[in-house]
Write a protein that binds this ligand. Structure first.
Ligand code: SF4
Length: 275
């Protein structure tokens, strides 16, 4: 079996910066004799979260803990939650990705409701819709029918949204005569990994995607490979690689933006071993 790799895969700059900030927060907590926490998953990766736990960083989902240093996940938090941490005396270390912070700022500063295009319940969408301002969630083109055509709208986009979904929404907005200024905030990291995967799909039979099932950008890599006609397998560890993949002619390897190098390396080694 031959293994080919995507030219761009694995950790993006935002994820590396967030993990660095969490490590610094653990040091700060130790220096100040304060507990250190991370709000939610800093990124969707069990390996990364295990690493933070080893540094003594505890995962929390609310501010009802003894105050300490709290690291805000890359997906961000709502303004109400941030205020609660501040009021309770937590030291906040903000690891929110700058793209998400930008979308939150857009919601706060807009004079009319901002359309937030993305998946309901996803941590990033919860934090953008939790910025103080008016928002309307748009999950797909059909949701546009509830908008008032006499109003003008601005729209921000989940950083990992498939470009195809955004194109469908734009097309439907035009058909309905809606005046929407789309601020395309699909992040560069997602775009680059998809472009590299598209090129890889031209030269392989099947695709292995390394990453966490809860990660939107990782799931989208798998979905993209399938749209391009390649069987694709999302693996959270080397043990997840299906046996039949080992007998495939040329296998392509890629990884989501939250997949650590150590995890990619273990999958790479198992594929190279061929068993
Ligand atoms: S994948 Fe995109 S949004 Fe997420 S941390 Fe990386 S750059 Fe930021």
């Amino acid at each position: 079996m031959i293994v080919r790799e995507a030219a761009v895969m694995g950790f993006c700059g935002g994820v590396r910066a967030a993990i660095r900030k969490a490590e610094e927060a653990a040091d700060m907590g130790a220096r100040l004799s304060l507990p250190c926490y991370v709000y939610g998953d800093i990124v969707h990766s069990a390996v990364v979260m295990d690493g933070l736990a080893k540094l003594g960083i505890k995962r929390i989902d609310s501010a009802s803990f003894p105050p300490g240093v709290v690291v805000i996940r890359t997906h961000g938090i709502s303004d109400a939650m941030r205020s609660e941490f501040q009021e309770r005396g937590f030291v906040i270390v903000d690891a929110t990705c700058p793209v998400v912070l930008g979308n939150q700022e857009k919601v706060r500063s807009a004079s009319s409701p901002v359309l937030v295009i993305g998946k309901a319940g996803h941590a990033e969408i919860v934090s953008v819709m939790g910025a103080s301002g008016k928002t309307v969630l748009i999950e797909n083109a059909a949701d546009l029918s509830s908008l008032d055509p006499s109003l003008r709208y601005e729209a921000v986009v989940q950083t990992t949204l498939p470009e195809k979904r955004l194109a469908e929404i734009k097309e439907e907005a035009e058909r309905l005569g809606l005046e929407i200024t789309f601020i395309s905030t699909i992040c560069a990291a997602s775009v680059e990994r998809r472009k590299a995967l598209t090129e890889l799909c031209r030269e392989v039979d099947e695709i292995v995607v390394v990453g966490d099932r809860r990660s939107a950008n990782t799931s989208e890599l798998k979905a993209l490979a399938e749209r391009l006609g390649k069987p694709a397998f999302l693996v959270e560890s080397a043990d997840d690689i299906p046996r039949n993949v080992m007998s495939c002619g040329i296998i392509g390897l890629t990884a989501g933006a939250s997949a650590p190098d150590t995890l990619i390396e273990s999958v790479r080694r198992r594929l190279a071993d061929g068993r």
